[in-house]
Design a binder for this molecule. Sequence first.
Ligand code: ARG
Length: 459
Amino acid sequence: MALWGGRFTQLPNQHFKRFNDSLYVDYRLVKEDILGSIAWSKSLMMVNVITLKEQKILENALMTLLTEIKDNPKKMLSSDAEDIHSWVESELVRKIGLLGKKLHTGRSRNDQISTDLKLWCKSQVSLLLKNFHRLKIELLLLAESTQNVIMPGYTHLQRAQPITFAYWCLAYIEMFERDVGRLKDAFKRIDISPLGSGALSGTSWNIDREKLAHNLGFSSATNNSLDSVSDRDYVIELLSVASISMLHLSRFSEDLIFFNTEEVNFISLSDDVTSGSSLMPQKKNPDSLELIRGKSGRVFGALIGILVLLKGLPLAYNKDMQEDKEGLFNGLDTLNNCLYMAFLVLKNIKINHVVCQEAAEKGYSNATELADYLVKKGMPFRDAHHIVGKIVLEAIEKKISLSQINILTFKKYSSIISSDVYDVLDLKSTINKKKSKGGVSKEQVFNTISELKKINNLN
Ligand code: ARG
């Protein structure tokens, strides 16, 4: 029988029962539900609802259930319990009889589900942080080994200015670092316990909710029960952090897919993260990266889903809120999965140094330097920009790079150009001039890498 069967004279319609049940989704919260129940039993003992002896029996039975679950985490899926809370209670009654029925005193599934979900979110944040860390370290190692690999940096997918492969890696480390910051910030708000809020207005048992929160590893207890059982901001926040992270991962993927094309060929992806075509024997497709790029869609979808779900929902708990979990579970699983996949892609990536350098040379990516050279010799930037444009045009026609233009040709455009121009056009010197904070110079990149290595104990 359902937990709430007393008031009903008719059994639920079978379709309604399947429609209403959430065990097939919330079974994943079993560990959290059990831990929450153990902490609750201690609070009940402190307000004399149960004796110390009864509390110990309850706790032992719940611990036994926890070990059974470790061996078989999907054990409950064969049951027809409505949700994970009902399942844990029924198992408890099966194990210890009537005492199991005392556990729900003063508690509602409304505060229980939010407590379970927050506990689950806290452990997910730790997992995500681990996965971010692993990916960032791999990027850092790649940056360290590619400090001398010059390649074109792009705007509008047109070669713009020379950078190094290391600098590209560091750009993504920045993005992932911001994601980590957002996760840690969201964590502070997840870390507040709703348990003891009851159905919506608190519990009439004089429970020390702060103590209860600490017993469960939360930093404190929530302030207002009406809000506590209605709040799903933490679901929104995590899905929003996850969406931004997936957006970063999809740009990372797209860059690498582009670098990996036969036309560009800056990198070669390893066989172990690519797949073939059933028809075209020559193909080696970057499926791992395309899937990361594609999977970002479902995470954005989950974020929109929870926003729409909660919009205009009256206080306090409404059953709509049961729909919060599938998207959250799927969204965070997807992010964890993609972070690991991205790490694997980087692990065996090959950087084609020579091709990168040739592309940077061919791309007139040092044209800005030539304009700056003219500026240093006294020409206004706008005029310099125009003249360099003309010089580039001639170089394109002749199919040569700027450094291959002879001095007489340069002089045709401006008499202030002299043979010292060739030092300026050298890609390395172009790069190394960008010495101020955030610039691409070897010195800046080296310092950033050293700093990151220090922070991550990699020295
Ligand atoms: N299965 C429910 C959920 O996930 C648990 C809370 C049920 N509360 C209620 N009043 N029916 O939201």
